[in-house]
Write a protein that binds this ligand. Structure first.
Ligand code: UDP
Ligand code: MG
Length: 322
């Protein structure tokens, strides 16, 4: 699907953003025209209930060759919408951004320059971030967790969706069919050269954030359970700790009852100790079974185990390109 001459695809997920769309379109088209390259702006309507879909289709009609409308049948979530946009994209480089103008389209050129320099993934750091304290705090937690899950392949800011990807990385993301994808993290696992640039950040001018506390917790939970078996291991560890505590407790009771016959309330304390040992054992077993289920889960999501970036010296290859 990659066209020979299209250099840049800009993918924007849209969910109930009718107030932002006119300005978004006008500013994104103006900023992209200035880049002096071939580009397409792919707007993905993620099942909006307002007039976003109409506005997007209208923009595609009025700007042929520049704006592409992708309409999803229902609300599948931001990352699913971005994936749909990636699938339709045909540029050599892809930049994703939000529709609420918190990421100024005028910053796209910074990312494009880095992509042209050969970086696979270009992240962005929000210069004095314009969000509520709660949003910043939640974001800090997600950033920290993602950094841990990425095994040290670190980026400062995973939350900012103004990001750039090279075609091989986009293709790799598209080969991952698992649900609950977190694209910045997935991209990170396939990238060789990553870099972050500082970009401006504005307050949401219209509409409301689509992420409430519950959605943020769900996202965090999805991330954790979707990418690692760490929580299951914690259950196993807790189980072993409780069992060890039970054994020590039992020993203490035994020693104390030898010193003083009345100590230990006629064996009731000993029952507690036995209870601890069994509870610990059950927890450890639960974690262990969970670990196997986790392995099945990792295998069934069928993520490719490797991704060939390119092959040199072979004439009839088409890997690295769709
Ligand atoms: N979005 C989406 N589907 C959703 C939720 C959000 O396509 O189910 C889009 C939304 O229209 C916006 C982007 O994802 O373009 C980021 O959403 P938002 O600005 O509400 O997130 P925040 O900036 O509060 O993290
Ligand atoms: Mg936003």
């Amino acid at each position: 699907m990659v066209s020979e001459n299209m250099e840049l695809s800009i993918v924007i997920p849209v969910y109930n953003e009718e107030e932002n769309l006119p300005e978004l379109l006008q500013r994104t088209i103006a900023a992209s025209d200035k880049l002096n390259t071939s580009y397409e702006i792919i707007l993905v309507d993620d099942g909006s209930c307002d007039s976003s879909q109409l506005l997007i289709c209208d923009a595609a009609e009025k700007n042929p060759g520049k704006v592409v409308a992708v309409v999803l049948s229902s609300n599948f979530g931001q990352h699913a919408a971005v994936t749909a946009g990636l699938e339709v994209s045909s540029g050599k480089y892809v930049v994703t951004m939000d529709a609420d103008l918190q990421n100024p389209p005028e910053e796209i050129h910074k990312l494009l320059e880095k992509l042209r320099d050969g970086f696979d993934v270009v992240g962005s750091i929000r210069e004095n971030r314009q969000d509520t304290f709660f949003r910043k705090f939640a974001s800090k937690c997600v950033n920290r967790m993602v950094r841990k899950l990425c095994n040290g392949r670190t980026m400062q800011d995973y939350g900012c969706m103004l990001r750039g990807y090279s075609r091989p990385v986009v293709n790799a993301i598209l080969r991952c069919h698992e649900h609950g994808k977190f694209i910045p993290m997935l991209a990170m696992s396939f990238a060789r050269n990553v870099v972050e640039v500082e970009v401006k950040h504005a307050e949401r001018t219209a509409g409301v954030s689509k992420y409430n506390l519950w959605k943020l917790i769900a996202l965090q939970y999805d991330l954790l359970t979707g990418t690692s078996v760490f929580p299951l291991r914690m259950v196993t560890c807790c189980g072993f700790l409780v069992a060890i505590f039970g054994i020590i407790f039992g020993l203490v009771i035994f020693i104390m009852s030898q010193i003083d016959k009345h100590w230990g309330a006629n064996g009731i304390f000993a029952l507690f100790a036995i209870q601890f040992v069994f509870t610990g054992g059950v927890l450890a077993a639960l974690g262990l079974i969970g670990e196997y289920i986790g392995k099945i889960h990792l295998n069934t999501r069928a993520r490719p185990q490797y991704f060939i970036e390119f092959v040199k010296g072979k004439t009839n290859n088409n890997s690295g390109d769709k």
